[in-house]
Design a protein around this ligand. Structure first.
Ligand SMILES: Cc1cc2nc3c(=O)[nH]c(=O)nc-3n(C[C@H](O)[C@H](O)[C@H](O)COP(=O)(O)OP(=O)(O)OC[C@H]3O[C@@H](n4cnc5c(N)ncnc54)[C@H](O)[C@@H]3O)c2cc1C
Ligand code: SF4
Length: 562
């Protein structure tokens, strides 16, 4: 069969954002090609561990010594375990340079990290979009909440987001499916916090799980989440949202989508005569053969840092520093989430309750610091991800004693654990660039990552510890401990920026529709486009921005302006 090299649209990457671009563009009639560097992963068929019992895993879920040695970075990720390791990119095969310690966690396969994400999905509010302008950092976002709100609703309805309508200005409600339930210790904490602080709220997590399947989910072949909490293995019920279960099969049904896996986009082609991109250059991951594919529209959705790498590597006589990079800011103003703060405690009450189930979700405190006014010595603030559960007492002793404790497990007291999700300030000094000499096995220059914490992050961390200790104390918790995990940036897996949106082409790369200011048929709608980071888990915002940009493309193509 002769391969087609000409399409209406090319989407680079098939993860959370690329899946949405594929769906929207092919649904609106564009012949669309998704280029994915990793292997094919078909929903259900390619989830080899999804139904395994713990004793069926050779190492009971643990990694071997060799795997740990070969993967010093990715093995720090809590989800990189025996049952899900096949959905992560290995360190040895995919090297990069850490000018400062940076843990780059990647999922190189069809579906990207949508298979392994933790599915927490919160909307941004105007407190986030107006942040850079109000607090005078980065550049002003070219959009506001009102621009994105209809697109949040649009993606929420299709993806299936469970949540409670909490009516909070800092965390707008979405088009939710019924919420999951909080554990009794979380409810206790919620009550205490709302009584003591009028600006702090403990709520159930909003997450991309189907709690009451709607016709649109059944049409996708997805049904209610079964609360197995084995999501990172891939879900045969389609209980959570992934590209593999939702957007890609939906797009394929239109007959307009082609998917090419094992296809590494090396660069985007640019035509100086027309001032547009003509397509992309691809290296076959297996044969190393180079091929060019052509299209009128290019969506770059390779995930934040990979997208930066592709654009930096797309050099032409017009753009010698990388595509769209007239102002020299491509790769700069990177930011991430500060996840270094952990707080834990125990609770001796509520001992009449004995179980907390296997809810694949947690509780959440939206940002409360510096929201309405600057009230601390640091900029911005943090959200808190928390969970309260009642664990079993660890089995003890040897021989008969061990057997006794295993046969008659006892429950310990309630535990509560809280993680900081701090906003970091995008800075020119946090950047990525291409290595001048070193290349990967496909001949692509390695990415150099230069990203670090700053004084603002340290101050925020100290405040988090103080506030958590105070709130835990108010709730009557004991054994309160706070820990600085000192984890490197990157392990939060919320890296953002480098190709930021803005109004002014002198200080940003993308306009309000995620379109490169200086190459109008190239759109970047993954985390690379983010002007600032907020405190929310970011993927829902990438989805909404992608759907919105696709809508713009379709309208612009119709009226002849693109
Ligand atoms: C364990 C874990 C938990 C997480 N929890 C959450 C959460 O609760 N909430 C949340 O919002 N986010 C969470 N995230 C982050 C979330 O996964 C990412 O924000 C999201 O996947 C980003 O979407 P994306 O489309 O930009 O990239 P990805 O989903 O990573 O997809 C990018 C795709 O592009 C492909 N690609 C890369 N380079 C190239 C190239 N050169 N050519 C062709 N293809 C290429 C990759 O193989 C990949 O398939 C989590 C991530 C992990 C790993
Ligand atoms: S908890 Fe829900 S989404 Fe996760 S694997 Fe189980 S059924 Fe699937």
């Amino acid at each position: 069969m002769k391969e087609n090299y000409q399409y209406d649209a090319i989407v680079i990457g098939s993860g959370i954002s690329g899946g949405w671009a594929a769906k929207e563009l092919s649904e609106k009639g564009l012949k669309t090609l998704v280029l994915e560097r990793g292997r094919d992963v078909q929903h259900v068929r390619d989830y080899p561990t999804t139904n395994l019992e713990p004793w069926e895993l050779e190492h009971r879920g643990a990694l071997t010594y060799e795997e740990l040695k070969e993967n010093p970075v990715v093995s720090k990720c809590y989800a990189f375990k025996e049952d899900a390791k096949h959905f992560f990119a290995g360190d040895k095969e995919h090297p990069y340079h850490q000018e400062q310690p940076f843990d780059w966690i990647r999922g190189y396969q069809l579906g990207g990290k949508s298979l392994i994400w933790a599915r927490q999905t919160q909307r941004w509010s105007n407190f986030d979009f107006e942040g850079p302008l109000r607090d005078r950092f980065a550049v002003d976002w070219p959009i506001r909440y009102e621009d994105l709100a209809p697109w949040y609703s649009y993606v929420e309805k299709f993806a299936g987001i469970s949540g409670n309508r909490d009516g909070l200005a800092t965390l707008p409600d979405g088009d939710f499916l019924p919420p999951m339930e909080m554990s009794c210790v979380e409810k206790h904490f919620q009550k205490v916090v709302s009584k003591k602080y009028k600006d702090r709220h403990v709520i159930i997590g909003r997450c991309a799980h189907i709690t009451e399947a709607q016709p649109v989910h059944l049409q996708q072949g997805r049904v209610n989440c079964q609360y197995r909490n084995l999501c990172r293995r891939g879900c045969l019920f389609g209980g959570y949202f992934s590209s593999n279960a939702a957007t890609l099969p939906w797009a394929l049904k239109t007959g307009n989508l082609s998917i090419r896996t094992q296809s590494i986009v090396e660069s985007i082609l640019y035509d100086t005569k027309t001032g547009r991109s003509t397509g992309v250059r691809v290296i076959d991951a297996v044969t190393n053969a180079a091929t060019e594919y052509f299209a009128r529209i290019i969506f770059v959705n390779a995930s934040t840092l990979a997208t930066n790498q592709i654009l930096l590597n797309s050099k032409s006589s017009r753009f010698p520093q990388g595509l769209g990079n007239d102002n020299g800011l491509l790769g700069k103003y990177l930011a991430f989430h500060n996840y270094r703060g952990k707080a834990e405690a125990t609770y001796n009450g509520l001992l009449q309750y004995t179980t907390n189930g296997r809810r694949p979700n947690g509780a959440y405190i939206p940002r409360f610091r510096n929201v309405h006014r600057q009230e601390t010595g640091f900029l911005r603030g943090y959200a808190v991800a928390l969970g309260g559960w009642r664990p079993l007492v660890e089995p003890q002793g040897w021989g008969g004693e061990l057997r006794q404790t295993l046969e008659h497990p006892k429950e310990a007291v309630w535990k509560i654990s809280a993680g900081m999700m701090g906003e970091t300030i995008p800075k020119e000094s946090n950047y990525v660039s291409l290595h001048a000499d070193e290349k990967d096995q496909w001949g692509i220059p390695l990415l150099k990552i230069h990203v670090q914490y700053d004084d603002n992050d340290e101050k925020m961390l100290r405040d988090y510890f103080e506030q958590m200790k105070e709130m835990f104390d108010e709730a009557g918790f004991s054994d309160i401990t706070v820990t600085d995990t000192r984890q490197a940036p990157g392990l939060d897996i919320h890296e953002m920026g480098g190709v930021r949106m803005g109004n002014d082409p002198a200080t940003s790369l993308l306009n309000r529709y995620n379109q490169l200011h200086t190459c109008k048929n190239v759109f970047v709608t993954d985390g690379a486009c983010m002007t600032s980071t907020g405190t929310q888990n970011p993927s829902l915002t990438y989805m909404a921005l992608t759907a919105r940009a696709c809508d713009y493309v379709i309208r612009a193509m119709k009226n002849g302006s693109l």
